[in-house]
Design a protein around this ligand. Sequence first.
Ligand SMILES: [Zn+2]
Length: 96
Amino acid sequence: MTWGTLMSRAHGMCEFCGGMDDCLPVEVEGAGEILICSICDGDPPVEHWRCLESAAKSDVPEVQVAVWRKLGEIGEPWAAEIRSTMQLSPEARALV
Ligand SMILES: [Zn+2]
């Protein structure tokens, strides 16, 4: 995927939190690339990941896979809760 395609899909915003600071493409293993801001790419406080509640509604398979995996790394009840409400696309389901 080219930078331009990724930027236009993501509307220039972080596909996790919607932030616009220093967004960069990040490889989602086996799935493709997503656009991620410097905060999400760093090691933010666990509460930051509540942004995944809206990211979980994305219809982009790469984003779904990345959100699913990230939620799995967060040992909080709300993370498991968001995960349980996700409607994964068939493409994403094959990858998680
Ligand atoms: Zn972000």
